[in-house]
Write a protein that binds this ligand. Structure first.
Ligand SMILES: [Mn+2]
Length: 279
């Protein structure tokens, strides 16, 4: 019985299947934690979604920015972007069921594994966000995505402002800020001001900004964060942070970290996309 955290799949279904073989995944005994961005950029968005949904409760998924982009494309509020590979999902006979499945995924998951607490989100957390606050704020967005208003929400979900979170924020600004933290964050200031312009490695921080994970002291509540999203940083294993995006779709590898003992398994991937827009 093991729990594996697996990085951004981004439509790389073949490598996903190969990785499951490599770890001898047993769906009756083992659990997968998928950090989100199941779809887009890679060659097989639909097949990847089917593989994950077929796993049922053996796979726990949080939403990433590309999964939200699929919702927005499905709602007709976002035009397809260059490099998108979502058409097979949108054209599927059961597209509506697949979209609904995505709408009901959480944005944050917290659970004990082998006696230690883990919190999974797609991108990151601001310096002062606690586990309880993160789960409550994620829930605010989850409630809207699961409501009949989800289409209008994904229409106003996009934007780089506000570039901070405050309890005083209300309505769509508040929800947008939460979405940006949980699914897009890379760099921020110690005060929690976010930057969305830089998307290269940790050394591409604008002046005054740092990678979010450097601003969360390991001495905190001892919960280990599991994230994806930042392939330019790559695999990152520290005491209280596991960054799992090793850039599969960019020609890197798909990584599984066994949370029980932190053993690392990797499936190399042939280059699919040129690293043009690494988001
Ligand atoms: Mn992402």
């Amino acid at each position: 019985m093991a729990t594996y955290a697996i990085g951004d799949l981004q439509g790389c279904n073949r490598e996903f299947q190969e990785l499951l073989e490599l770890i001898s995944f047993d769906r009756d005994r083992d659990t997968l934690w998928l950090v989100g961005d199941l779809v887009n950029r890679g060659p097989e968005s639909l097949a990847t979604l089917r593989t994950v949904t077929d796993l049922g409760s053996a796979a726990v998924t949080v939403l990433g920015n590309h999964d939200l982009h699929l919702l927005a494309a499905s709602a007709g509020v976002r035009a397809p972007a260059r490099g998108d590979t979502l058409d097979d999902v949108l054209a599927a006979r059961d597209a509506r069921e697949l979209i609904d499945w995505i709408r009901y995924r959480p944005l944050a998951v917290c659970q004990e594994v082998a006696g230690f607490p883990y919190l999974m989100v797609h991108a990151g957390l601001l310096p002062d966000w606690t586990v309880a606050q993160t789960l409550a704020r994620a829930k605010e967005v989850e409630n809207v995505l699961r409501s009949d208003d989800w289409r209008s929400f994904v229409g106003v979900m996009y934007g780089d402002v506000p570039d901070y979170f405050s309890e005083k924020l209300k309505g769509n600004e508040r929800l947008r800020s939460i979405v940006n933290v949980l699914t897009r964050l890379r760099f921020c200031t110690p005060d929690g001001v976010m930057d969305f312009s830089a998307n290269q490695g940790a050394d591409s921080a604008p002046p005054g900004f740092s990678p979010w994970f450097e601003l969360r002291p390991d001495a905190g509540d001892k919960t280990t964060l599991v994230t994806g999203h930042w392939s330019a940083v790559g695999l990152r294993v520290s005491a209280h942070h596991l960054g799992t995006d090793s850039g599969c779709v960019w020609g890197g590898a798909l990584t599984a970290i066994r949370l029980d003992d932190r053993e690392i398994f990797q499936q190399p991937c042939p280059r699919f996309q040129r690293p043009r827009t690494r988001n």
